[in-house]
Write a protein that binds this ligand. Structure first.
Ligand code: ATP
Ligand code: MG
Length: 438
């Protein structure tokens, strides 16, 4: 079995070998190569200690020196080179208390999470697969290296990683690994929000975001995303729908391209339905005001999981407007753009498209035509550079002052009024006309 290792990684391995050390590419890149997928990055594992690695290569950065990791730069490209190690005892299921270097590749592979991630390769030795990784790749299963109970107890994040890898690869999770995951699900609460965030996002932008259901079945979402558990218990008796809120959420994520903002928005767009549901006398459910409630939940959860402010604000806004409650005519689209901004609007159309794809077929054709129309009108507005915000107005605050207005609140109010006029009739956006109104 031969793996095409990039030239620069190859050079690093050669140099380490020439100095008498062992070195291999390892982990994700070996797995992905065997699957004929292109690896994101090439990690190297070696018997050389960090100090020894630094002596060999002129340009290195101590990225995780306490864990034995040095980044070696070849031209501008960095490669993580990590010394063979045994992770000492784990502290409260979070990080190893201490890291012990070892001369044994086998020991290094044994500390890794899953068999498919525990293979190493170099041209001299070929593939090193001690735990049956190739077999598990063939059978499409994610399986812990060693005893699942022990491995999840050492680091509870691995429980969520199992679901993440199964979603990325379209694999099942081995039965015993699942059992241990279910049993130890609660221990995920010891894991930092940042680490959960990383794995959750990878799961969501994978080809199978609907595998979030697996995380729910195993009791994982209950620990860090219990709002989703509520959605799985919220029915939608309504001709527009054929799934409960949770199942609809999964379908909607599946219906959009694997983009972080899109998938996060669809994850949250309907979570406010649990609290806003009312059933009328005909037995139909309604969810008045759910977008605002969903926005609130989105912001709370994203903050809890330590997402950055830019993401929180964008997702919050997209969730709030996810229904695109606008008529398909130029006037209402300009009005919409004045609220959402021109950047988020086209994303909203994709959100809404995913949303309706995950509803019942009821009036589906009309809903799609309406969305197409919104998109066309949007394109027209952009092409004609029509004014949809105060900053696009033909007059500025300074123009108003030059025309004799006193600086202060009134300036802003006047510009707001001008915008109202121009949103109705874009041809009125001229300096001459607007100043004549004063
Ligand atoms: P990706 O393509 O997402 O980067 P990856 O397999 O490279 O996938 P990483 O999270 O980058 O995943 O980790 C690199 C390797 O380090 C893994 O393949 C695995 O061998 C090991 N590893 C990472 N995190 C853990 C962990 N929590 N417990 C045990 N081993 C781990
Ligand atoms: Mg990686």
């Amino acid at each position: 079995m031969r793996i095409e290792v990039p030239e620069k990684a190859e050079k690093i391995i050669d140099a380490l070998q020439e100095h008498g050390y062992d070195a291999y590419v390892v982990g994700g890149c070996v797995r992905d190569s065997l699957l004929h997928r292109s690896p994101a990055d090439w990690d190297i594992t070696t018997s050389a200690t960090p100090e020894e690695v630094k002596k060999i290569f002129p340009r290195t950065v101590d990225t995780g020196i306490q864990h034995g990791t040095v980044t070696v730069f070849m031209d501008k490209e960095g490669f993580e080179v990590t010394t063979y190690r045994i992770d000492g005892e784990y502290e409260d299921g979070r990080h190893p208390k201490e890291v012990i270097f070892t001369p044994s590749l086998k020991e290094d592979l044994r500390r890794r999470d899953f068999t498919i991630n525990a293979m190493a390769y170099n041209h001299r030795t070929g593939l090193v697969d001690i735990f049956g990784g190739v077999e598990d790749l063939k059978n499409k299963v994610v399986r812990c290296v060693g005893e699942p109970q022990e491995r999840f107890t050492e680091d509870a994040l691995r429980i969520l990683r199992a679901v993440r890898f199964s979603a990325q690869l379209g694999f099942d999770i081995d039965e015993r690994t699942q059992e241990a995951a279910r049993e130890l699900a609660e221990t995920l609460k010891k894991i930092s929000a940042e680490r959960i965030q990383t794995e959750l996002v990878k799961l969501l932008v994978s080809p199978n975001p609907q595998y979030l259901k697996k995380a729910w079945e195993l009791g994982l979402t209950k620990v860090f995303l219990w709002e989703f558990d509520r959605a799985m218990e919220t029915p939608q008796e309504n001709p527009h729908h054929c799934y409960n809120v949770g199942e609809h959420t999964l379908k909607a994520m599946e219906a959009v391209k694997p983009d972080r903002l899109l998938r996060l928005t669809l994850l949250f767009h309907d979570l406010g339905k649990a609290e806003t549901r009312t059933r009328d006398e005909k037995g139909r459910d309604h969810f008045y005001g759910h977008p605002a409630q969903s926005e609130k939940i989105a912001r709370t959860v994203l903050r809890r999981l330590r997402f950055d402010n830019d993401t929180i604000n964008k997702v919050g806004k997209l969730v709030y407007w996810h229904e695109c409650p606008w008529e398909a005519d130029p006037r209402s689209v300009r009005r919409a753009l004045s609220k959402t901004g021109t950047e988020l609007f086209p994303i909203l159309l994709e959100v809404r498209r995913g949303d309706i794809m995950a509803q019942s077929g009821y009036h589906l054709g009309e809903k799609q035509q309406w969305l197409d129309k919104l998109g066309e009108i949007y394109q027209e507005i952009i092409r004609h550079k029509e004014c949809v915000s105060i900053k696009d107005l033909a007059v500025s605050g300074k123009d108003l002052i030059d025309a004799g207005m006193k600086p202060g609140k009134e300036i802003g109010a006047t510009l707001e009024k001008f915008l109202e006029i121009v949103l109705e009739e874009p041809e009125k956006n001229t300096k001459e006309y607007l100043l004549s109104l004063l």
